[in-house]
Structure formats: structure tokens, C-alpha cells
Design a protein around this ligand. Sequence first.
Ligand SMILES: Nc1ncnc2c1ncn2[C@@H]1O[C@H](COP(=O)(O)OP(=O)(O)O)[C@@H](O)[C@H]1O
Ligand SMILES: [Mg+2]
Length: 341
Amino acid sequence: MKIALAYNKKPEEDILEDDEPPDRYAEYDPPRTIEAITSALESLGHKVFPIEAKKDFLERILEISPDIVFNIAEGLKGESRESQVPAILEWLGIPYTGSDPLTMAITLDKPITKKILQVEGIPTPRFAVVSESENLTSVESLNFPLIVKPSHEGSSMGLNSKSIVYSYKELKERVDIIIKFYHQPALVEEFIEGRELTVGILGNSPPEVLPIKELDFSGVPENLGRFASGEIKAKYWYLVKHYCPAPLDESLYERIKNVSLKVFKVLRCRDLARLDIRLSKDGTPYVLEINPLPDLDPKEGNFPDMARVKGMSYKELINAILNAGVSRYPNLLNMEGSRER
Ligand SMILES: Nc1ncnc2c1ncn2[C@@H]1O[C@H](COP(=O)(O)OP(=O)(O)O)[C@@H](O)[C@H]1O
Ligand SMILES: [Mg+2]
């Protein structure tokens, strides 16, 4: 098949406007990820056209006219940026892998996602959304310590050791920073002490939970914050231990698996997604977020790592994502080379 790989690449040098935060490009993929997916698809017998999702995307895609787009693009700017590429492809009637524009837009908005989870009875940390630091009344019912995050970012953007706050003074300072640098309301959540898990889900019929991974922050000095902040990811990741499969007893494993599959389903995710979960001391799996564009970096991505533990090579994983997408489009199913023999 003729496959376009839609991506956004990290710039070689971060060129930032004055009002942009230093982690502006944290979500974008490094060249290594784009090359790895390209060569996996090529080795499956496909012709691959990597296209950066920037302003000339529409022209490029029309010029190439692919059978399907393998989508890992984060989009250019704005609150619904992850839905931009799927929306263009829907408009043009071009098949693509991954979730649709609605799911992409909702899951990038953490407060809206959490409201849906609450309605569905899925545990998620208690929260408030604050758009002016002068007005903290919505936070009054929450218990410290709290964590302050941007409402619609990913890749630990805006998170460092100061994100966990213990007083109204610290809370106000942090909310101001989020509003000033990220130009969006702050999401204030109760901080869940406990184990951190990440859950990968692959495919649709039925969606399958990959071996669950635990991130153990106990080796990180407490003053740096024992959670996946941007700072820890950039400088101290070597202090974080990883266990995959996570040591969980069977009933807990089943509970986490069922909660994760329910989140995947209620948010209408497709093909692949990865959830972040904090397990409280009483064994409640609190869902922090679901990411329909998980990092597919062959070395550092959690999703490929979980697939590897399941016994899938990188090429097999990429093929499984592609086939999950292909199976939505009857016209593609019979094309030569659409599936690896
Ligand atoms: N309510 C919370 N309780 C405990 N840890 C949290 C909470 N919210 C976020 N974290 C920590 O911060 C990390 C990043 O938060 P997350 O909501 O997943 O944002 P991102 O989209 O940046 O990945 C999580 O992996 C976890 O370590
Ligand atoms: Mg996360």
C-alpha cells in the first residue's frame, strides 16, 4: 500500500517566542521515531511517504494521495491540535490509523475527559479548574497536597517539583505560572500518593491490554517530586525503576484492566492508546489521563516496551496498529500488501 506517515518533528533547535514555555515542543517526535516507523512499514512491503503536519500538509497529502495515513501527528497549535490531522483526513475521505477528531480533542482536554470519567463512575482524582488565581473558591473542597497542571497539554509539560503544592500561597503561585506561560486554565487535582502504572491498549476487536508497566519513583530524592515531571524525565529518569509486567495480584490486575478498557471504550478510542493511572493505598486505580497518541519511540516509548514484553517486535507492533486502522475500510482490506503474509 501507499502509506503517508503524518508526524510533527522536534525542531533541531527550539526557537521560542517570548511568551512560549521552554517545553513548547516536548510532545513532538524525534527523527529516530519517524525513521523507525518508516522502516518498519517499508519492511512490511509498503511504500512510505513521511509528511510533516505543517502548513503545506493539505497540498502534500493531495499530491501523494495515499491509501492510508499512519498518524502520529500532534498537530500545530491550539487546544484541539491533535484533532487537526484526523479532521483534514476525514474531510478528504482519506483512511487513517488512530482515533478520530472528537476523541483527539476530548482527550487533550483533561477537565472534559475527567467529567466524562466521573459520569461513567470511573475513578479519577478530585479536581477543580482555575482560570484566575485571584479566585480559588472552586478549590476549597479539595485536600492538600494538590498538583497543578495545564488543562490541555501532554508529555509532562508544565510539571516540575513546584507543581505539588501544600498551601494556598504555593497554589496561587503555580496557577499564575500555568496561566502566564501556557495561556490556559490550571487543572488542580488532589495528589494521589501511591504506585504509578501505565496501561497500553492495542486493537479494536476486541481491544487488548498490553502487559501493565509500573514506574517506581522511590529512588528519586523527595525534594524533586516523586512523579513523572518534565524535570525528572529530562534529567533524572535513570533514578526511576520500571517493572513490566507490574507486580499486581490477579484481582487488582483485573480491576485495572477493566477500568482501562472502559476508559478506552467510553472515549471511543481506536487502534491504540495509553493510560496513566495512580493506585491509591486502598487499591483504587485513579485514572489521570488517556493518550490516543502514545509515544512510539522504539527505544524510549512505553507503548513499544509493553508490546515487547508481550513478545511483539517493533515491526509487529506497527503492523498491528496499521491493520487495526485498515480493518475500518473495506476497500483497503483486499489490497495487495495490505497485510503481512
Ligand atoms: N493527581 C495526581 N496524583 C499523583 N500524581 C499525578 C497526578 N496528576 C499527575 N501526576 C503525575 O504527573 C505525571 C503527568 O501527569 P499527566 O496527567 O499524565 O500529564 P501529561 O499529559 O503531561 O502526561 C503523571 O504521570 C504522574 O506522575
Ligand atoms: Mg501522562
